[in-house]
Design a protein around this ligand. Structure first.
Ligand SMILES: Cc1cc2nc3c(=O)[nH]c(=O)nc-3n(C[C@H](O)[C@H](O)[C@H](O)COP(=O)(O)O)c2cc1C
Length: 185
């Protein structure tokens, strides 16, 4: 019997509210992911304290350690987020800060990273998505530029529209199939 390769994607949802459109999109991708792809929606981001270097180290708070472990054990990282005041919500920014440390060796370092989401404006949260991608890239992730998808929810319900769902699933596939360049050094 041969082992079936499995790609694990850690999913960071940038909205905490129960009725979140973006959480719903993350759940749709989880439920419709192709065979061999597992989406792990990281719960408890609201329990992770604001990043504080005084708290970090061997005794980092349990919620932060759990976040790091979930991301470190994943093959890919996908943020699914709305936009707050022209950037990413603080809960996502905080999660990225925790997985960026220790400097150069954080859980996100070297992980292919994508960011998608929907907001009820014509821009679909593009500033949030751009900022999250830049931040994750500075933290050491490999940002997959084709997996930055900002979906407007003005004239469409992203959770039920077949074209939007297909577009988001295609983005997930692009992230999963992305092959990082191997350094010749
Ligand atoms: C504090 C706050 C700030 C917001 N700022 C923006 C914004 O800058 N751009 C935008 O497109 N939507 C903005 N919104 C609207 C959110 O995109 C909208 O509420 C969205 O549905 C939230 O996503 P969710 O359904 O996943 O919770 C803001 C909402 C809140 C609560």
């Amino acid at each position: 019997m041969t082992d079936t390769p499995n790609t694990r994607v850690a999913v960071l949802v940038g909205s905490l509210r129960a009725g979140s459109v973006n959480r719903k999109l993350a759940e749709i991708l989880r439920d419709e992911a192709p065979a061999g792809v597992t989406l792990d929606i990281v719960e408890g981001l609201d329990q992770v304290p604001f990043y504080n270097e005084d708290l970090d180290g061997a005794d980092a708070p349990a919620a932060a350690a759990a976040l790091r472990e979930r991301v470190a054990s994943a093959d890919r990282v996908l943020a699914v987020t709305p936009e707050y005041n022209g950037t990413m919500p603080a809960v996502l920014n905080n999660a990225i800060d925790w997985i960026s440390r220790p400097y150069g060796a954080g859980a996100v370092v070297g992980k292919p990273f994508g960011v998608i989401g929907a907001t009820p404006t014509p821009y679909g949260g593009k500033w949030a998505h751009g900022d999250a991608a830049r931040s994750a890239g500075i933290a050491g992730a490999i940002v997959v530029e084709d997996v930055i998808v900002s979906q407007s929810a003005v004239d469409v319900d992203p959770a039920t529209d077949p074209e939007v769902r297909a577009k988001l699933l295609a983005a997930l596939n692009t992230l999963v199939e992305f092959v990082p360049e191997v350094s010749a050094a």
